[in-house]
Design a protein. Sequence first.
Length: 293
Amino acid sequence: MMNNRTIIYISGEGHSGTTLLDVILGAKKSAFSSGELIFFAQKGIKNREYCACGNPVPSCSIWSNIIREWDKVRTLDLDEYIKLQSRLTSKRYILSSYISLRNPSKKLHCFLEDTNKLFDLIFKITDSKVIIDSSKAPGRLLVLKKLNYKIKVMHLTRRFGDVLNSYKKEVPRNLEEGIEHDIVPLGSSYVFRSWLLKNFLTYVLSIGISYKRIKYENLVSNPVDELSFMIDGDKDFLKKLTARGPFYLKHLVAGNKFRMQDHIYIAEKPMNTSYHRLSGADKAFAKFIDYFY
């Protein structure tokens, strides 16, 4: 039975500002920014990576309670849950996931129930009516649509050239700073295929549920106009959007490293727009693709 609690799912390609949008939306009344919740079990519980509050997720004042209660009611063991989630949300298995979830096996029913219980606990323990999940993976929509909540998709898009330029940076792993693994430059053709496929799948898999496309460029240049549909009489939220902040980062799991800061402001202009990491050929290709964006 559907209830009146809502999951806002931010989907699209990485390096498109999904963590930023998560934090902004989390400033609304009765909303909770969860970060990339798809990584909660693996990175948060198993790997003990850091929550935005500065503590390892299992030691966080919020997530520790959620973990303890979820352990009591979860049917699948954690490794099995992680394995199923990874396969169901993978781009590679998107078609088989779609077919499997139309008529779920007993094990998939357990997975869906465990996921539903996790969201139940997050709503209860955070006393929220809205959860923001910026996991990005389009395949996660197949799972969310099977749960007992209202699902609203925020499809965040960004110019290909800026995404590609951001993917070309190299940063070493540093868990305390929110960098969960070594970041190495990715191949241009891989990034293009991923950018194209994830944005296409987000649109297709959102058919039948609430959907809104948001351009990163517009979000940064004029946040009030781009998010006007979310204000809904919330004067404090409007005030923050108008002032571009401050937006406080409390308990996000995974996401951009800036989640480890106390608060942020929306930049006056988009970042990584100079293409300074791109070769001449990559710049030409990016400009051609972005002509149609």
